[in-house]
Structures are given as structure tokens and as C-alpha cells.
Design a protein around this ligand. Sequence first.
Ligand code: ASP
Length: 345
Amino acid sequence: MTQNPRILLIYTGGTIGMVKDFETGALRAFNFDKLRQHIPELKQVNCSIDSISFEAPIDSSDMDPAQWVMIAEIIESKYQGYDGFVVLHGSDTMSYSASAISFMLENLSKPVIFTGSQLPIGDLRTDAKENLITSIEIAAAQHKGFPVISEVCLYFEYKLYRANRTTKINAEHFQAFSSPNYPPLAESGVHLKFNRSLIPETSKAAPLIVSKTLVSDIAVLKLFPGITKNTVESVLRISGLRGVILETYGAGNAPTSAWFIDLLSEAISRGINIVSVTQCKGGSVIMGKYEASLLLQKIGLINGLDITTESALTKMMYLLGKDIHPENFAHTFEKSLRGEIGTNA
Ligand code: ASP
């Protein structure tokens, strides 16, 4: 460990580094050097900071698995040289990206903190400075020579969350994220308080494994009263489809109509993996609690328990890239891999 922790900032884009376009008035990303000029405070932070930027920073609406691989590769190639990583990212798809990266990096023993802001860094009332500076402090935090955090997290508006538990909840408030089924790992006030009972000990035993194969042949299907056979059938018949995240009602309930159950059952028999997650903002799927979920259990839907849609989607992409035997897929999905699922995760 170096005297001053070494932190790498990875700038991908997002509001944090945006300026108004003169002609259209719309916000667009600008380069990292300009962003740095707006935060002279970075010089006062007690660690050495380097930065690396996407060649063309993007609005996070343009994020996709290819860019997740780019982020993972940057971390992989710089892993030995740094004590922690801070990824600057647009807030719109941050929960998806941060969840994906959490699965792609196995045996992580250093902090990877995603952050961004609701207002650009040059704005007088910006939330960017606090988010960025505290994220750096978290990435640099050490205890007895080990990093305090050794997982992928998301820091926003005074709270540090396990990344794969988060969801974006507000397009305007500074408090843009929540982690409905898992408490914050740290809160920042006058002091930075880590909730150590929720943070696994850092283990350096196994080397970092970076998975770069993500399968995108999946769909998210949100149930709504009145959903037609045509709609469900069209989704399940998408050519090459490998997985579906089915957003069910409440504790995992769905229509009991024969046509609906038959379509799902037939898709499962064609090898499509269907996972039930709740549309509710918090709580868990409890298969078999109501008759309306018993049928789903019988035909072999995967139980998404309390996982978020963002996490279920990226976990599906990750696991499909692993060539898991079809018989083991459901079991593997229902297990906690990075603390993303289950109340005792
Ligand atoms: N549209 C922006 C983005 O996600 C919003 C933000 O950064 O907060 O890139």
C-alpha cells in the first residue's frame, strides 16, 4: 500500500461534465480536463488522483454492454496500480451499469464507486462536488491496511449503496437513487460513517476475474391489467430470445388465465429463462404465497426474490454469457453472487 492512496477516476460522461449547447440549449458532455478545472478542491484531497476518460464522453442513455466491457477493461488493466476506482457516469442508467460491473468483476478486493450528479459541475448549486469528493474519500478509505470497501458501490447525495441494489427514483431531486431492499453501506454527514456490519471483509485470496461476455438477447416484460395475448406472445417469440425479466405484481403475482400460463410454459420448454421480479419499489417475490403465483412456480419460473429489475437484467446477461447448464441456471440465478439478492445477502 502506498502512503497516499492512489485513485483512478474513470470519466464516461453524464450531466456531471455537461455544458449547454449554444445552438440547441440541450446539455451535452464535454471533456474531462474542463471538468477538472471546475473542482480545484481535488488538489486538497489526501490521495493521488489520476484520470482516464472515454474518448467521446456520452449521455448514459447511450450506455450498452460494449461500454461496460470498456469500463471493466480499464479497471482490469489499472488494477495493480491503484487502491480504488471512481467511475463518473450519467445517473439515468447508472444502476444498470454499476450492477453489470458488479457481476463482471469477480473476487474484487478494491473499491469501485460509481457517482454522477443531477446538475453539471459548473452550475452554482451543483451536487457534483460533494458526490465526487466524497466518492474519492470512500475509494481511498483504508482500515488496517485494507480498503474499507471492496465491492462495486454507488454514491449519491450523502449515501453509499451496494450498486446492484440501487434504482434511480427521481429525475429532479438530488436524492436520485434508493436501495429499497438493502440499507446504505455508509452515510456522509459531518463524519463519514460506514455501516461495517453490512460490509463484507476484504479478502485478497483469489485473483480478480473479469467476465466480458454479456448476452443481450433478453427482454423485460412488465405486466399490466389488460395485457393481451398478442403482446405476450410477440415478446416470447422474439427470434434468438434467451431470457425474460417478467415484472409481476406485488409478491410475484400474475394473471392465471390459461393462455398466459401456457405461453410462458411453452417458452420455458424452448429453453427461455424467465425470472419473476416484483414491480413494487420494495419487498420480495414470494412464490406460492398466492394462487396467482403458484402456477408460475409450477411451470418453472425463476424466483427473483428481492432483486431489482436493473440487477436481474444484468445478472441474466452475465449468466447467459457463462454457458451454465440449463438445469443449473435457475438455481444459480436465485443464489447471491455479489450480495444482490436475498435478505441475508
Ligand atoms: N442524461 C444524463 C445521463 O444519464 C443524466 C445524468 O447524468 O444525471 O447521462
